[in-house]
Design a protein around this ligand. Sequence first.
Ligand SMILES: NC(=O)c1ccc[n+]([C@@H]2O[C@H](COP(=O)([O-])OP(=O)(O)OC[C@H]3O[C@@H](n4cnc5c(N)ncnc54)[C@H](OP(=O)(O)O)[C@@H]3O)[C@@H](O)[C@H]2O)c1
Length: 249
Amino acid sequence: MSELADKTALVTGGTSGIGLAVVRRFVAEGAHVVVTGRNPEKLAAVADEFGDAVTTVRGDVASLTELDAVFAAIAERGAGLDVVFANAGGGEFAAIEEITWQHFTDTFEANVGGTVFTVQKALPLLNKGASIVLTSSNIDVKGSPSFSVYAASKAAIRSFARSWAAELVDRGIRVNSIAPGPIATPGLSGLAAEPEQAEALLGGLAAGVPMRRLGTPEEIADAVLFLASPRSSYVTGSELYVDGGASQI
Ligand SMILES: NC(=O)c1ccc[n+]([C@@H]2O[C@H](COP(=O)([O-])OP(=O)(O)OC[C@H]3O[C@@H](n4cnc5c(N)ncnc54)[C@H](OP(=O)(O)O)[C@@H]3O)[C@@H](O)[C@H]2O)c1
C-alpha cells in the first residue's frame, strides 16, 4: 500500500541532497510533488527524472514574490496540499569575529524567513490532516565553533515547530521538525572552503558521530516520510533526530 497515494506534497529545495531524496521517496509512495529551488537547470533535471509525478517551480524561499509564484502554481493544480516539507536552506562557516551583517541576514532570511513564509503561505491550501515537516539540524541543541549563526537559525526552526503545532492542532494539522546530523550531500561538501578540503571535513564530521559515519539523504527521507504520513498521526510539535546518535549519546 503506497503511503502517500493521491496526496500532494511541497518540497522546497527539492533539487539536491536531502530534498531530492525526499522527492524520490514521496513519488515512490504515490504523491504528486511540487518541487522548488533556485537553479533552473537543477529543476529541469528533476522534471526529466520524475515526469508527470512532479511540478517544478523556480522560487527562492527568501523572496516573498517568488514564494507567491510557487503557491499560485499549487493553487492552480486545485488539489491543495497534504504535506509541506520546508527544507530549502543552508549555511556557511563564520567564527564570531567573522560574522558580517550579510552573513547573518543571508542565513536567517533563507533558513528562518524562508520557513516562516513558506508555512504561512501554505496555510490556505492545506487539506484536513495535513502534515508540515520543518528542517532543523541536530546542531540546534549543540554548540559548534564557527557555525553559530546557522545553529541559531535551526534552533529557531525547532521553536517554530512547537508554536505552530499548538496553533494548528485544532485544524487537524500536525507540525514537526527533523534534525539531521551530518548527511552526505552537495550542501555538506560545499561547506569546505576548497573542494580538496571536503574529504577531510567529511571525515572529521563522521568521526564525531557515535556510528562513525555520515548519514545518507535516503535515511532522512525515510524519517521525513514517517512524519509526513498518517503513521505519525499522534506526533506533533516534536523533533526527530536522525544523526547516528550524535546529539543523544
Ligand atoms: N546535509 C547535512 O548535513 C544537513 C544537516 C542538517 C540539516 N541540513 C539541512 O537540510 C536542508 C537541505 O540541505 P542539503 O544538505 O540537502 O543541501 P543541498 O544539497 O545544498 O540542497 C539544498 C537544496 O535547497 C535549495 N535551496 C537552497 N537555498 C534555497 C533558497 N533560498 N530558496 C529555494 N531553494 C533553495 C537548493 O537548490 P538551489 O541552489 O537551486 O536553490 C537545493 O535544492 C537544509 O535546510 C540544511 O540546512 C542539512
